[in-house]
Every structure is written in C-alpha cells, then in structure tokens.
Design a protein around this ligand. Structure first.
Ligand code: ATP
Length: 243
C-alpha cells in the first residue's frame, strides 16, 4: 500500500512530562473510514498518546504525517485545521454555557456557520434538541458525552480522537455512540482513534486494536481476538468479550 493511502501516519513518537518519558517510539497509521481502538492498563500512556497527537504536550521525537505534512511541531489549532478533532476524557464541556452555546463555540473554532452547525448536531443527535437551552453542567454524563462529540464534529474533522467516551455513561447512550461512529465512518469516511476500557464497545466499533504497554505499542489485535480472555488480560488487564 502506498503511504498516500493513509490519512494519518505516526512514527517514532516519543513524548512525556518534563523529563519523564512516557511514549516510546509509537508508530501506526490510519486510513480514511477506519476505527482503531487503543487498549492498555491504567497509566500505560493512552491519554498521553492522545494529547501528543492533538499537540497538547510536545513530542520529543517522531513524526505525525497529516495531509502530506509533518505536523508534529504544529500548534493544536493547526492540527485541527488539518482535520484532527478531539474529545478529552473529561469532555471539557463549558458547564455554565448552554448546549447551544457550547455547539456555537465548536462551530466558531472551526470557522463554520453557527446555525448550520447546530442544525447538523441536532440532526446527528436528536437527543440534543430538547437540551439546547439547558446548561452544559446540568446534563447527565451521557448527555455531556453526546454534546462533546457533537461539538467536536462541528469542526468537521477527518480524524476524531476519543478518550474513553463510554466512561460513566448508561448503556443506551453507549449504543447510540457506537451506531453513530459506525455510520460516520461508513458514510463520511471519518477515521476514529478511540481509547477505551469498555472492551465490548471496542469490539463493536473497532476494526483493529492497538495494545499499549509502558508507552509502547506492543501488539495489534483484531476485534475477534478480544474474545480470548488470556490475551486481553495479559496485555490490557481487562476481561475479554464473552465467548
Ligand atoms: N501531567 C502529568 N505529569 C506527570 N506525569 C503524568 C502526567 N499525566 C500523566 N502522567 C503519567 O504518565 C503516565 C501515563 O499516563 P496516561 O494518563 O497517559 O495513562 P492512561 O493509559 O491514559 O491511563 P488511564 O487509563 O488511567 O487514564 C502515568 O504514569 C501517569 O502517572
């Protein structure tokens, strides 16, 4: 396969906090429309990987090829212009602003028409319609996750990075997120890199799974291999999918 078929290519990525190295020579590539999962024990560097890709912490080495350019030294907003969207583990909803205002900020950050972005968000996630005038802080965890996802999508990313999107949310909303991600990947060729502890979610959405151990990708698995409890437990410290 030629390198041009990849939307994003990461190679030799090293990053950490101050003098503490966390990521060690991380490399992988993603094609358009692919959903890739990242599994790993707590503290193995999953969130650090997301932050290094978004540009919230500096890389000490490596490349991040996006649209034919190495963006590893670029500021976060420039990476966003190259198509990277991000929903952090904490979701970063503005709690004192309404859902409508949260979405408007997402649209403004991407230089898009506010009304059109809100219309699209409601169309994508109908649950948001009755919540538009409610404050972000008054939403349930699941509603906040949907809002964070909708806000990131306002930027029309080509690659969406999601950090534990199912954490603390009810199963019906988890299913809604699964369905929506699969539809976006299929219909709009959105690529998604998703860090998760919910192995059922990863098994449902990802076409392959990267296992991160001590800041290194040590193995790549297919979702069906997540049914092997020993393999999953060894590398990710999680129970496998039911056989
Ligand atoms: N701001 C920080 N300063 C220093 N060390 C940090 C900082 N944030 C994280 N670390 C350390 O970096 C390592 C990787 O953390 P990271 O949050 O990336 O792990 P994770 O795999 O996402 O874990 P979790 O599943 O618990 O979120 C951990 O040892 C953590 O203690």
């Amino acid at each position: 396969m030629s390198s041009n078929e990849f939307l994003m290519q990461v190679s030799g990525l090293c990053a950490g906090y101050g003098s503490i190295p966390i990521l060690r020579q991380v490399g992988f590539a993603m094609k358009a429309g692919e959903i890739v999962g990242v599994l790993g024990h707590n503290g193995m560097g999953k969130t650090t990987l997301m932050k290094a890709l978004v540009g919230l912490i500096p890389a000490t080495a490596g490349q991040l090829m996006l649209g034919g350019r190495d963006m590893i030294k670029a500021a976060p907003h420039l990476r966003a212009h190259q198509g990277i969207g991000y929903v952090s583990q904490g979701r970063d909803i503005f709690g004192s602003l309404t859902v409508r205002e949260n979405l408007a900020i997402g649209a403004a950050a991407a230089g898009l028409n506010r009304e059109r972005a809100i219309e699209r968000a409601v169309n994508d996630f109908p649950v948001l319609e009755r919540l538009l005038d409610r404050r972000g802080g008054a939403l349930s965890g699941g509603e906040q996750q949907i809002l964070a996802l909708a806000r990131a999508l306002c930027g029309e990313p080509r690659i969406l990075l999601l950090d534990e999107p199912t954490e603390g949310i009810q199963p019906s909303i988890v299913e809604e997120i699964e369905d929506h991600l699969l539809r976006l990947a299929r219909e709009t060729a959105l690529s998604v890199l998703v860090v998760e502890q919910d192995i059922g979610f990863i098994g449902a959405v990802a076409s392959r799974v990267l296992l991160l151990q001590k800041g290194e990708i040590i193995k790549e698995m297919l979702p069906e291999q997540l049914r092997d409890p020993d393999a999953v437990d060894e590398f990710a410290g999680l129970e496998g999918l039911p056989v």
